[in-house]
Design a protein around this ligand. Structure first.
Ligand code: OSB
Ligand code: MG
Length: 365
């Protein structure tokens, strides 16, 4: 397969409600959308870096730079037999996993469409629905409790609360008091150090499903020390960027659960490999989210349809974040699941009008 034309777009859509984490409060999201054209087939991918280098060093602008200046010129020179072929181009470029993932996923979409298969089936997915969880940002207590109540009533299978120093134990205590024994977890986005282990030990009393990424974004050793002291499983997000990181984390005992984000690990091929490693080692995995628009959300859903993804995911309905999207929306079923699209490729249609409406920069290559 030869790629004749490639389009990059920066797309910006406001959230229905500001989203606050230990990084700060944001009103809108930007994503870089990749379109690959091969004859009459179009493949779409969404690069998931945020516009600021807080979750990872990548940003929408570094993604643009790496794709435009290093990846796209190579892609245009080559022929592709499968989505795996793009790995040869990636090998020389260190890091920049989210830039790589966006274009790799456009290849997966393209090849799946060429084979007339859903991305889920093409990846080897076995599930027709996936369990949906929701991530609740930092807000004043009354707003937060209303949000938890709303999402729990909507049917989400578990609630994740964003925490930071000073916004942790008292919040969880209050939620347990109001909502009892609901499936509950927290995500610190690396906001604590081992000196805060007392906070972690207090959180340990609340029967949480897991504590996600409490310590440094690049640490494995201190997480192992902490995990040893806790009953609650530690789940790693930021710290796992490769299969090597995952292997080491399992050896050291840094976590008992892994959150897999295809963008963070460099695409679907790598994400599937980490999932297989965890499946072999009986380590539960689930699919994380990066506030994706429809293309990225569809990719998440396809990944989460693989066998080893066995805990509720950070894949909520589109309406959790956006009033309007660049594809038709994903909706929450009454039983708290989301249906895996069965149409070819990502299985949702890109709406060219909304894509154009929210585009702030675009270029053809
Ligand atoms: O740590 O999982 C995270 C959003 C942006 C960056 C990092 C994270 C998140 C979320 C939201 O928790 C997940 C989602 O619903 O997309
Ligand atoms: Mg996280």
């Amino acid at each position: 397969m030869k790629i004749q034309k490639i389009e990059l777009r920066v797309v910006e859509i406001p959230y229905v409600h500001p989203f606050e984490t230990s990084f700060g409060r944001e009103e809108k999201n930007q994503e870089l959308v990749v379109r690959l054209c091969s004859d009459d087939i179009r493949g779409f991918g969404e690069c998931v870096a945020l516009d600021k280098p807080y979750y990872s060093y990548e940003t929408v602008q570094t993604e643009w730079h790496i794709l435009q200046d290093f990846i796209i010129p190579e892609v245009k020179k080559k022929e592709f037999e499968s989505p795996e072929d793009i790995q040869k181009i990636f090998r020389r470029i260190r890091g920049h996993f989210m830039a790589k993932a966006g274009i790799e996923e456009a290849f997966w979409d393209l090849f799946a469409k060429q084979k007339n298969m859903s991305l889920s089936k093409f990846l080897g997915g076995t599930k027709s629905t996936i369990d949906s969880g929701v991530s609740i940002g930092i807000d004043p207590m009354d707003v937060l409790l209303q949000n938890v109540n709303k999402r729990w009533e909507e049917g989400y299978k578990r609630i994740k609360i964003k925490i930071k120093p000073g916004w942790d134990v008292q919040v969880i205590k209050r939620i347990r008091k109001e909502f009892g024994d609901i499936p509950l977890m927290v995500d610190a986005n690396a906001a604590y150090t081992l000196q805060d282990r007392q906070v972690m030990k207090e959180l340990d009393q609340y029967g949480l499903m897991m504590i996600e990424q409490p310590l440094r974004y690049d640490d494995l050793h201190e997480h192992a020390v902490l995990q040893e002291e806790l009953e609650t499983p530690v789940c790693l997000d930021e710290s796992i960027k490769s299969i090597k990181d995952a292997e080491l984390a399992l050896q050291l005992g840094s976590c008992r659960i892994i959150n897999i984000k295809h963008g963070r690990v460099g695409g679907l091929l790598k994400a599937r490999e980490i999932h297989e490693l965890c499946l072999q080692n009986n380590v539960p995995v689930w699919a994380g989210g990066m506030l994706e628009f429809g293309i990225g959300r569809a990719t998440n859903v396809a990944l989460a349809s693989l066998e080893g993804f066995c805990l509720p995911h950070d894949i909520s309905a589109t309406s959790r974040y956006y009033n309007e999207d660049i594809t038709e929306p994903f909706v929450l079923n009454e039983d708290g699941t989301i249906t895996v699209p069965q149409n070819p490729g990502i299985g949702v249609q890109v709406n060219e009008d909304t894509l154009e409406k929210y585009t702030i920069k675009k270029r053809w290559y």
